[in-house]
Design a protein around this ligand. Sequence first.
Ligand code: G6P
Length: 607
Amino acid sequence: MCGIAGYFGEKENTDKVLISILEKLEYRGYDSAGIAIKQGKKIVFEKATGELKNLKEKLKGVEFEKGGLGIAHTRWATHGKPSVTNAHPHRQGRVYLVHNGIIENYKEIESFLKKRGYKFSTDTDTEKVAALFDYNLKQEKDSQKAFEKTLKALRGAFAIVAFVEDENQLFLARLSSPLVVGVSEKDFYIASDALALSNFSKRVIYLDDFDYALVGGFGFRHFSFKDGKQKTSKIEDFDESLTSAEKGNFDSFMLKEIYEQPDSIYSSIAGRIKNGRAVLGGLKDVEKELESAKEIHFVAAGTSFNATLAVKDLFESLGVPVFNLLASEAKYSKARVREGTVAFFISQSGETADTKEALKKYKEAGALCLGITNTVASSIARETHAGVYNHAGPEISVASTKAFSSQIAVLILIYAKIKELKLGLERKDKTLLKELQILPDILKKEIKKIDKKAKEIAKALKKANSMYTLARAGELALAFESALKIKEISYIHAEGYPSGELKHGPIALIEKDFPVLMFFGNELYEKTFSNAQEVKARGAYLISVLDKTHKDAKKISDRYFELNYIKSKANIILQSLPLQLLAYHLAKEKGLNVDKPRNLAKSVTVE
Ligand code: G6P
């Protein structure tokens, strides 16, 4: 977690560049922030807890010149509670350093350095890295050598940017945590992701694992700390479409992203359905393996995992076993990867540590590993054998919405591709693809009505402190996703359950006015209806997501979202609008910060 910013150059106000980059990185964490700027001999070093605005407040009145160098950081605590002391940058001796990731052997480093007279004042692993660099500077005459030696001694995951107080250069390194450098003549802009650089440079260098670099008046020098050799940097053009990450007229990124779904689904499928078939360039080279796939594994975390549950039944109809695995568990799984295992790694950010770790294990075990990510050139996109991008545009809000629907859309396309390769397309598959194509228009028509309803229902529910979200089979993913979304941003305890399991325990909690959100599907409508009657009989406050033909369910519901269901699996995307908007309005009713829920971060880059 955490966001890193850096700048070296001549033409900009260093403080403004760093703050602007941090603002775009706040989604990665926002419990504290800090900055260290060096202009000539003067160093300004400030930190503050809470959101970035607190740091900005502290910098008011400080005079800065143009140019120089600086590093900055927005934090999501891993080692040590959020506090000014634990906030980055960390300073030890001559070194100022920011870090994203986790250093596993920091205890060893700490005891090594304590014996050599170092004192530590924070609970962080990062402070030990700064001290080790400082120690190595004393041992080696050359600061590059000292940095390389430091990196070689670290175990874990890190992106690091540092400077030495009496030198005019920045030190950068990456292992399993992203770091990108924007280049503009003699100015260099550094961030944890390319999107955060969009105001400054569209030409970027992505650091790979085991890369380190020096940035200074001499330009950009690129090395590997595996073998110490110099590398040739590849400057890539950064996708312009990513620069639309502004809130516009919406009060939050979450609401903007919910409303963007007709467009994001459209971009996810654009050019990918031709003559009633799915066309996926990213999977062209692995079609043989897809045709002979014997097992399909989906590995993901959070909302991305729920997206895989939404298509489980569809993929099962291919006649092969389908496993949906939480990445944090999959990486420890002892189950054998068999010949013919095709594993999909689904991640909006492409940087989730657990998903990356599981990918490593699957790769070692010989599975064909395919990525579905929304972030171009992210770690998962680069480390999988092949894959498909979501093309949903940047998702900023911590609570994922448009990424979820675009993941389902892309997974539907992948299903259609495998179905065609394995068994040939049937009429129902063609209908599915057609319905996916008309879905953006349907969403556009329905969204305002659903939004209004969600607002009314949220008012009725705002005093609730616990609720169930229930569904069956094909809709089960919606029960889990609603519970996640509601918990994440409204802090109401919500538990997603298969409604058939009610009588095996959960029904014990149902009493007068206990809220239950129930998703009615066409397929198991009657069975779900019985469950609805069971909870109503015990006094539950029933909110239903149903089709206009579900008349009985409507009658017994206290509130309902009435939709015009479409027949195919694409319907699940339509059914997810009520849950996203309900979670949003619950948070608004409670006056909470929708985009920055407490304790959470958009991208969990630590295990
Ligand atoms: C975090 C975010 C979730 C997201 C999950 C997986 O927990 O708060 O919104 O679903 O990570 O992220 P990924 O980028 O791998 O999809």
